[in-house]
Design a protein around this ligand. Structure first.
Ligand code: GLV
Ligand code: MN
Ligand code: MN
Length: 418
């Protein structure tokens, strides 16, 4: 019997070491630590460099063959009995500015823990295994999100990605070079046989309904737009309301309308204005400029398009009514993604066979797996987020759930690699 298929019936199944995984999660969370237990490792920052160095060090200790590609994606490969494309797992280690310690990091470190467990058990899988972390998944500094995995699958030209300027005016290519992760591996190498990613749910469903594991069926569509409103600055006390061209007011009206639209469409429609800057940003000066972002998401592409249409109609209306100019810049636009049904079923069946409760659900957040799904069968495993809290320093997943998710990842990878 192939040792990778698991122990003979009656013998205990191989398990990951939960303490060792928790220790790596804790150690990585020290890099860029912020008050409250959270992490700030914006993509391609000095903190990201330090986090990358730490994870690459662990990859090397575990005997992985590490490559870095031209957009800074890092892949560690563990050879199998046969040559050929690896079964890949992974995620990202960049965070939002006010991030938690699980988002992305869990998927990468659980992947390393799987490798560590296989090394300890002396198991060599038939297919090679790979653990990857992809550049700038968050999109908090550079748009679009999932940038590294998008380049990996050929969905964004490398030159365009490298030229992308972030919120602080720096370009991806310059930052990559500065932190020493402008690698030589051609993007998209190695080719991938199958991809499975463990991630925290980042939403409230699994916890509220009492499930341990989510078998993720797909990822909702994402529409990110930056609007710039140009009005006229004037004295806040002397300018009659009817004579204003107030960029701040127009921006806030659009933010309000975005939320109304989400309510009107109902169901899974969400809308967020997460960033807004007014100029000159003073108490007694009407703003002449507002720059803000709108994040719209839905699992149904047609409904998402309807949300975009309704918002654009209002943007035109308020621009005329207030006498301001409004321009839009698309930051990211991804249609909803359905994961490979056989891979989703494999995750579900694997978790059930381990006695774990499983719910099929869509992902509200974007993930690298949605990009890998363009080139290979892909799936995701979710574990509960306490209180549904994420992109917040309070993000937390119970140790028992982390352990369960990592064990489901281990067994799923073993099946895919057998
Ligand atoms: C990425 O984390 C996103 O879904 O915003
Ligand atoms: Mn993530
Ligand atoms: Mn995130």
């Amino acid at each position: 019997m192939d040792k990778a298929m698991g122990a003979p019936s009656g013998a205990p199944q191989l398990r990951i070491d939960a303490g060792r995984l928790a220790a790596r999660i804790d150690a990585l969370a020290q890099v860029g630590a912020i008050p409250g237990g959270g992490v700030c490792r914006l993509a391609l920052s000095e903190e990201d460099r330090a986090g990358r160095d730490r994870v690459v060090g662990w990859m090397r200790e575990l005997g992985l063959a590490v490559s870095v590609d031209a957009i800074g994606n890092v892949v560690g490969v563990r050879a199998g009995l046969e040559a050929g494309p690896p079964v890949m797992t992974g995620s990202h280690i960049d965070t939002v500015r006010t991030g938690g310690r699980y988002d992305g990091n869990l998927g990468v470190l659980a992947g390393l823990e799987v490798i560590h467990s296989l090394n300890d058990a002396g198991i060599v899988t038939r297919r090679a295994l790979a653990v990857a972390f992809f550049t700038n998944e968050e999109g908090a500094r550079f748009n679009p999100d999932m940038m590294g995995s998008l380049v990996y699958v050929g969905g964004l030209p490398l030159a365009e990605a490298l030229a992308t300027v972030g919120i602080d005016g720096e370009a991806v290519g310059d930052c990559l070079h500065r932190i020493g992760y402008d690698g030589t591996q051609p993007c998209g190498q190695p080719a991938v046989h199958a991809y499975v990613e463990l991630h925290v749910e980042q939403g409230p469903v699994l916890e509220a309904e009492g499930y341990t594991i989510g078998a993720v069926e797909g990822v909702q569509g994402i529409s990110w737009t930056e609007y710039t409103v140009l009005g006229v600055s004037n004295h806040a006390g002397t300018t009659p309301m009817r004579l204003r061209h107030d960029a701040g007011y127009a921006a806030c009206a659009i933010a309000h309308r975005a939320r109304q639209i989400a309510r009107e469409l109902g169901g899974d429609q969400v809308a967020t204005v997460g960033s807004m800057t007014l100029s000159p940003n003073l108490v007694n000066v009407i703003a002449n400029k507002a720059v803000f972002t709108v994040d719209l998401r839905h699992t149904d592409e047609l409904i998402l398009q309807e949300a975009e249409r309704r918002l654009q109609a209002f943007v035109d209306e308020i621009a005329a009514a207030e006498g301001v100019g409004i321009s839009a810049r698309r930051l990211a636009r991804f249609e909803p993604v359905a994961f490979d049904p056989a891979s989703v079923s494999l995750v579900e069946a694997t978790a059930r066979s381990m006695g774990l409760s499983v719910k099929r659900l869509p992902s509200g957040a974007g993930h690298d797996a949605q990009m890998l799904a363009r080139v290979c069968p892909a799936a995701m495993i979710f574990v509960p987020s306490v209180g549904g809290i994420s992109h917040n320093v309070r993000e937390f997943t119970a140790p028992a759930d982390v352990e369960a998710g990592a064990n489901v990842l281990l067994q799923t990878l073993l099946k895919l690699a057998a």
